[in-house]
Design a protein around this ligand. Structure first.
Ligand code: HGY
Ligand code: MN
Ligand code: MN
Length: 416
């Protein structure tokens, strides 16, 4: 059956119930989720996802980075698979829908294909990418980044959390260090449904975001080293206060962001003070820094300006700064053919839509280096995400899932 009549609708009630089901794993009192990657809670969510994939006959593979691939055979086994999915890991104070929407909607696509007795020409693979968020080990897009060959498996598996647990050990502990190498394999396309995580679609009353590209970003790990000393006895001239110096660098991040107007993005999200004692002048402060911008040239300029000016602040404060660039992601355009399938699906369904650039990073950004890729956005309330109050409406989940369904089926049944 080529293409899809729009009267074949996904089951929105089943979709919503499955989203609420997944939200039980790591549920927080404020209505969000804390499902940090490779924790036992993440394992429970993964096992739950695997069980529901296998319940509809999908074959689940796991690669060496814990990426999960749930495969549905196509009529023609020689055709390249159409991939779709997202991530099940969350921020520490995350929402129910960041990542989970794309994975659970993908499961709904598979279930609906069974309901309609559709066997697509190409095989399909639903994916759960490991550690998209980066909040536990300080490095986002980890699973898809190794799969795409952007990061080496060894370097990523050696990363440790604040308790010294490495990625490799955590993968083994939860039983998701898979036998398959985490490496790109030939595929026909990749689609990712995700909440916008920003205010644009809601403000404009649009139901679907046709994502044309994702903005550039650069992340750093910063360590400022001064000297621990007694808060009561150390006079100003003798102080080498790592926290005061860090405060100056954090203010610099904000200043460089604001100098770029509404499109500027600069954040220090994580900070650790040592020894973190009330009456000790901090000797060491470690913190994260990230900048983003739709114009890649701006990120390049920031990558030159920020280290230079941060070094001056450190020197003036008599401390040392060790700044490690963790990664730099160029702006990533998506595949026009796949983007057009999203546009056509939204139009066929009579959904209001607009093109949009993704402010957030997504696994799709790395998959796009190997596979024609597109993303579908739906609005979220107040544009809020990475917050336990993150919320969407059932009809918004339904609209996004229906567009995903149509784009995937159209691509998997296209004439080659
Ligand atoms: O950081 C990001 O852009 C993604 O939401 N993890
Ligand atoms: Mn996400
Ligand atoms: Mn996120």
């Amino acid at each position: 059956m080529t293409g899809l009549q729009t009267n074949q609708r996904i089951d929105s009630r089943r979709l919503w119930d499955s989203l609420m089901d997944m939200a039980r794993f790591g549920a927080t009192p404020k209505g969000g989720v804390k499902r940090l990657t490779l924790t036992d809670i993440d394992r429970q969510g993964r096992d739950h996802f695997r069980a529901h994939c296998e319940a509809v006959g999908l074959t689940v593979r796991v690669d060496a980075m814990g990426n999960m691939f749930a495969r549905r055979p196509g009529r023609d086994p020689d055709r390249l698979p159409v991939l779709f999915g997202s991530h099940l890991d969350s921020q520490p104070t995350g929402g129910k829908f960041d990542g989970a929407l794309g994975v659970i909607a993908g499961l709904e696509v598979m279930r609906s294909l069974d309901d309609f007795g559709i066997v697509t020409e190409a095989p399909l693979e639903l994916i759960n990418w490991t550690d998209e968020e980066g909040s536990r080990f300080g490095h986002s897009l980890m699973g898809s980044g190794v799969w795409a060959g952007v990061y080496t498996q060894d370097r990523m598996q050696a990363l440790a959390d604040l308790d010294g647990v490495t990625v490799g050990a955590a993968l083994r502990d939860i039983g998701y260090a898979g036998p398959e190498p985490a490496a790109p394999f030939p595929a026909d396309a990749y689609f990712e449904l995700h909440i916008e995580q920003g205010p644009i679609l809601e403000a404009e009353g649009k139901q679907i975001g046709i994502v044309t590209s994702a903005q550039a970003q650069v992340w750093y790990d910063a360590v400022v080293t001064g000297r621990d000393s007694h808060a009561g006895t150390t006079p100003p001239a003798a102080r080498r206060d790592a926290l005061v110096a860090a405060a100056g660098i954090i203010e610099l991040v904000d200043r460089l962001m604001r100098a770029r107007g509404e499109a500027g993005r600069g954040t220090v999200g994580r900070l650790n003070v040592m020894p973190n004692s009330c009456n000790v002048i901090p000797g060491e402060v470690r913190f994260s820094v990230e900048f983003r911008h739709p114009d890649e040239a701006e990120v390049e300029r920031l990558a030159g300006q920020f280290p230079r000016e941060a070094e001056v602040i450190a020197r003036d404060r008599g401390v040392t700064l060790e700044l490690t660039e963790l990664f730099r992601i160029p702006a990533q355009p998506f595949d026009p053919g796949c983007v057009d399938l999203v546009r056509q699906a939204a139009s066929r369904l009579g959904l209001s839509a607009r093109e949009i650039v993704s402010g957030a990073g997504h696994d799709a950004v790395y998959v796009a280096r190997h596979v024609p890729t597109a993303m579908i956005f739906v609005p979220c309330k107040d544009g809020l995400s990475h917050n336990e109050l993150e919320s969407i409406l059932p009809e918004e989940a339904e609209a996004g899932c229906q567009v995903l369904f149509e784009a995937v089926v159209a691509r998997a049944n296209r004439a080659l």
